[in-house]
Design a protein around this ligand. Structure first.
Ligand SMILES: [Zn+2]
Length: 149
């Protein structure tokens, strides 16, 4: 019988350095996404070049971590070793109106993530887990009553 596979998450900057400003932003308490310095288009995930106007070296701008749940998934199996103690956990894809509706992924960590619905309003919180090098962006619903009918 083989061991169950788990994922190694790329928590922290990638070797090519492309997303390093994102992680450095979190470490400094800010969500930062890429934006083209020429045509001002928001870019996410990180790119070396703007897909709209083909200008190199997009800049990084602070984004208010406020958005809506565009999609979600509940994981009942600890594919990610670091999240084993959180099973079942809910991952949300959050649409950010302050960044051209670009969408970012993260854990939903409020009191009742099992009640998540598409369109829920969420705010991002930057959290550094014990023993971790880089903080992560996690989400909580604005309406935290938690239990719904
Ligand atoms: Zn551009």
């Amino acid at each position: 019988m083989s061991e169950t596979p788990t994922l190694e998450l790329p928590w922290g900057p990638a070797a090519d350095g492309l997303d390093r400003p994102y992680w450095e932003g979190l470490a400094e308490g800010e969500l930062r996404l890429q934006r083209c310095g020429n045509c001002r288009e928001w870019i996410w995930g990180p790119q070396w070049i703007c897909a709209t106007c083909h200008t190199f070296d997009p800049i990084w701008e602070r984004v208010e971590p406020v958005g809506t749940v565009y999609a979600w998934a509940r994981s009942h199996y600890p594919f990610i070793a670091e999240l084993a103690d959180r099973v079942p956990y809910v991952t949300v894809l959050v649409e950010l109106p302050g960044a051209g509706n670009r969408r970012v992924l993260g854990l939903l960590v409020d009191d009742a993530p099992e009640n998540v619905r598409i369109g829920d309003q969420v705010t991002g919180h930057i959290e550094l887990d014990p023993g971790a090098t880089w903080p992560l962006l996690r989400w909580r619903r604005v309406d935290t009553e938690g239990v719904r009918e």
